[in-house]
Design a protein around this ligand. Sequence first.
Ligand SMILES: N[C@H](CCC[C@H](N)C(=O)O)C(=O)O
Length: 259
Amino acid sequence: MTIPFSKYQGTGNDFVIIDNRQELFAKNDTKLIARMCDRKFGIGADGLILLENHRDTDFRMVYYNADGNESSMCGNGGRCIVAFAKALSLISHSTTFMAIDGLHEAQIKGDIVYLKMQDVNNIKSTAEYTFLDTGSPHHIELCEDVKNINVKAEGAAIRYSSLYGAAGSNVNFVTPLQEDTFAVRTYERGVEDETLSCGTGVTAVALAMHKQGKTHSKKIELQVEGGKLYVSFEPYEDGYHNIYLIGPAQLVFKGTWEC
Ligand SMILES: N[C@H](CCC[C@H](N)C(=O)O)C(=O)O
């Protein structure tokens, strides 16, 4: 069987994306998905995304981590699937699609995608860390300089700690650079390594920094290993709404997988 795919990246978070509107892909084959994401024996990616039909919206997004398991919302993957849908001429400059955490609106201008994220109103803050879910769970810790963190080791220790049980969490290390600018490095659950950026992660960081009073800006620049992302939002009751994850999403190459 020949499976056509497109490889996309959003600030270095990279994905195999497949048009599965014919529903021919073996979406329950965890080993196949992990193999396709393998950087030595496969195509190589942080995750795999299926674009499927959805009755009430332009399409449905189904997301799998590199370990082959279906997972929670992927913000960078959401930006990339919007660019993919445009390349398929399925959409023009705006869309509404369904993902595991609900409906998402998005706009695309050139290669910049503006992805609306779900409202957030349950933020846990302690002296040591902040925890919130922006479509995926995120643990956030401030540090002196993210450049000096061993993200894989320190991230795994928190991800597998008793704090997060069997489900675990993604882990973000943050250093303030300016009033509205933060450096972020992320350990991703399901990749079990540092990724060059994490969309739901930088969204969580932006909201956490505002919640903790580290910034009063409502449009935050997040400097990640793979480039720059922006998150804009509005405080709403004891949480946030009108949350947008903004940044580039680009096609890297197209190919076919033989299996
Ligand atoms: N690894 C995450 C899902 C992908 C998140 C990330 N790639 C993003 O851009 O939001 C998890 O299992 O919670």
